[in-house]
Design a protein around this ligand. Structure first.
Ligand SMILES: [Zn+2]
Length: 335
């Protein structure tokens, strides 16, 4: 264990996590800079607590250009009252607050990608300091964690709630029960391209029930996906026994990302032409996108073919694509 683990976090919460009632406050992170010598980053946080009981940690804005989570969680923080709760609900609608304010995936301060820098560092960059606070102060308090994501500016997804296949099968089963309770139109057994440094991995390694979402994308939100987020978060709180009542279950289709074959990465730069739309079934070998060179006329487009059969679950969003971009994700339909 490094000496950093013993250094206290510089983050100062203005809320008391052990206090009954509803509190709106901040995680205040000192950030000395040209514009503000003794200034701070003020990350909004709400704590709704009523007696003993389980604790849910609800987060959005892990990436700053994904809006269903913040829209659901700012609203929940405004409307959820302590008398409706048995236990504690910790709400951070915009984890990477500088990125959220800039409308960008990563922080404009240090280019930090919150979901690639766990466990963070108390003496690191601004993004690493936020991650460290979650790692050492907030995650240990939680019994269940719901972290909202969407596709951001560069991806678009069919709306799903997801959990990961884990070595700890009992924990995995509890996570998928929470996914079922969330009740998005799709439920995903999610494979990560690179799980190192993710909030997800940090929570799972701590033995926490962790569920996440991908609810849309394109750097905006839709009425339908915001409704899914708002219903889903209340469903998860009911499932956890923190809010009274049963989850409002809706039909869901289970999807799986069984191997790296689900991802298609562009190998050329150019203009991308979707040859299938989100939610469409595609067969292995089928052309799912074409990339058109834009430097001259007369060049043939490059064809991207599905490496497995299934449903198109995600796609590159902008009209222009670069080599290396994730162009599409095909998921197997389980039922
Ligand atoms: Zn994200």
């Amino acid at each position: 264990m490094s000496a950093n683990a013993f250094r206290p976090s510089p983050v100062v919460p203005t809320v008391d996590f052990d206090h009954d009632g509803k509190q709106h406050g901040f995680l205040r992170l000192p950030y000395s800079r040209d514009e503000s010598a003794w200034g701070s980053v003020m990350i909004p946080i709400a704590v709704v607590k009523n007696g003993s009981g389980p604790t849910a940690l609800l987060t959005g804005g892990n990436h700053g250009d994904e809006y269903e989570g913040p829209l659901a969680l700012f609203e929940l923080a405004r409307t959820l009252e302590a008398m409706e709760v048995s236990g504690t609900v910790i709400i951070v609608p915009a984890m990477n607050y500088p990125a959220f304010r800039a409308g960008t995936r990563t922080s404009p301060i240090d280019k930090g990608n919150m979901n690639r820098c766990f466990p963070g560092r108390p003496d690191g960059t601004i993004t690493e300091k936020i991650a460290d606070y979650f790692q050492r102060e907030l995650l240990p308090r939680a019994d269940i964690v719901l972290d909202f994501h969407s596709g951001g500016r560069t991806l678009d997804f069919v709306p799903f709630c997801a959990a990961h296949i884990l070595a700890d099968k009992a924990l995995e089963a509890r996570a998928f029960e929470a996914v079922t309770a969330f009740s998005a139109p799709f439920s995903m057994k999610m494979l990560e391209i690179d799980a190192v440094g993710m909030f997800d991995t940090a929570a799972e390694e701590m033995g926490k029930v962790f569920v996440t979402t991908e609810l849309g994308g394109g750097g905006t939100a839709r009425a339908e996906t915001v409704r899914i987020a708002r219903r889903g978060v209340l469903n998860v709180l009911c499932h956890a026994g923190i809010v009274a009542g049963a989850p409002e279950l809706r039909p869901t289709r289970w999807l799986d990302m069984p191997s790296g074959d689900c991802f298609s990465f562009a190998e050329d730069d150019g203009m991308i032409e979707p040859m299938a739309d989100l939610g469409e079934m595609v067969a292995r070998g089928q052309v799912i996108a074409r990339i058109h060179g834009v430097a001259r006329t007369g060049t043939k487009p490059c064809e991207m073919r599905a490496k497995m059969s299934g449903m198109l679950a995600a796609r590159h969003f902008p009209g222009l694509v670069n080599a290396g971009d994730c162009a599409a994700v095909v998921a197997a339909v389980l039922e």
